[in-house]
Design a protein around this ligand. Structure first.
Ligand SMILES: NC(=O)c1ccc[n+]([C@@H]2O[C@H](COP(=O)([O-])OP(=O)(O)OC[C@H]3O[C@@H](n4cnc5c(N)ncnc54)[C@H](OP(=O)(O)O)[C@@H]3O)[C@@H](O)[C@H]2O)c1
Length: 323
């Protein structure tokens, strides 16, 4: 990593900014909030934007980026934009056209990073969460290596500068890494990662293979009802995080973000609030000591806020393995 923004070099030679702006939003939040917040984030200094087809806000994010290009704040090449392949588009013949759909919504020629969002596949079609008449998810069964080969073609076509995965466990990463004829390895694995689930083993494995770990829900998620158990601990209320915040005269959110940067993890932070967005970019302005890092490591309890059940009855469900 180098100074100020702390860019991390990916195995394919491209650079990813160490802090990214998260754009997932619950359905009841109006899409216009995303346009507004993304513009604020770019003005505040964010240069890495994390999105996905399934978030259904790529039009709004594209609009925000283009307006910040039009007013001279940034150029397209200053922005690192991530999109993700949704589970209903895993069939190899659907992969590139799915990316092209995202690009059309964004009005971009390329994405900086394209990820396989989850390792399990769902029935192809327009429905994002296909269900049968009993309300059960309708899955699909696609060889992950074949999905990966289609991702490689997107990179070769110049539609994605880099390609990677999300929510893969070690076994699934190894399957791709050991694929005969592998052309490009995944540059990153984006997973839930925070003080209560610090992914130490997965992080060590990724580092040993030159795969960057990207942390989502580093602030403890948006605590959205259908996805997060409302009785789960509120991460930003953790007393040790609070004590370190006091010590460094920074907010608990900044301590939680800084923790990831200092362990070589690229970290995402979501917010719709201007004051929080402006605060989060200050993560580059201070340092935690080795002892602080040890205290934060001590909070790990392998607690997962998200996706505990989503995909659980698919053979590629990633979270049944130890890591
Ligand atoms: N690959 C995947 O499967 C996956 C899954 C989940 C998320 N993601 C990505 O990761 C991003 C971030 O994760 P997330 O959406 O779960 O949320 P998060 O970043 O863990 O937490 C967001 C919440 O933290 C609070 N917050 C933010 N900055 C703060 C500050 N400075 N002080 C106090 N509170 C602050 C905000 O709550 P208030 O607004 O209430 O203050 C916000 O709702 C997503 O938006 C998405 O891009 C990817």
């Amino acid at each position: 990593m180098n100074s100020k923004h702390q860019f991390v070099q990916l195995s394919d030679g491209h650079f990813i900014p160490g802090l990214g702006f998260g754009t997932y939003k619950p359905q009841e939040v109006p899409n216009s909030k995303t346009t507004e917040a993304t513009k604020i984030a770019i003005e505040a200094g964010f240069r890495h934007i994390d999105c996905a087809y399934v978030y259904q806000v790529e039009e709004e994010v594209g609009q925000a980026v283009r307006s910040k290009i039009a007013d001279g704040t940034v150029k397209r090449q200053d922005i690192f934009y991530t999109s993700k392949l949704w589970c209903t588009f895993h069939r190899p013949e659907l992969v590139q056209s799915s990316l092209e759909r995202s690009l059309k919504k964004l009005h971009f020629d390329y994405v900086d990073l394209y990820l396989i969002h989850y390792p399990f596949s769902m029935k192809p079609g327009e429905e994002l969460f296909p269900k049968d008449e009993n309300g059960k998810t309708i899955y699909d069964h696609v060889d992950l290596c074949a999905v990966w080969e289609a991702m490689e073609k997107c990179k070769d076509a110049g539609l994605a500068k880099s390609i990677g995965v999300s929510n893969f466990n070690r076994r699934q990463l190894e399957m791709i890494l050991n694929k005969p004829g592998l052309k490009y390895k995944p540059v990153c694995n984006q997973v839930e990662c925070h003080i209560y689930h610090n992914q130490r083993k997965l992080l060590d494995f990724c580092k040993s293979k030159n795969i960057v770990l990207v942390a989502y829900s580093a602030l403890g998620t948006q605590r959205e009802k259908p996805w997060v158990d409302q009785s789960s601990p509120v991460l930003l209320d953790d007393p040790i995080l609070g004590a370190l915040a006091k010590k460094h005269k920074r907010s608990p959110a900044l301590i939680a973000l800084r923790y990831q940067l200092q362990r070589g993890v690229v970290v995402l932070a979501q917010s719709f609030k201007e004051n929080e967005i402006k605060e989060n970019i200050q993560v580059f302005d201070f340092e935690l000591t080795a002892e602080d890092m040890k205290d934060l490591d001590g909070l790990n309890r392998n607690y997962r806020y998200l996706a505990a059940e989503f995909g659980a009855d698919h053979p590629n469900y990633p979270f049944a393995d130890e890591y």
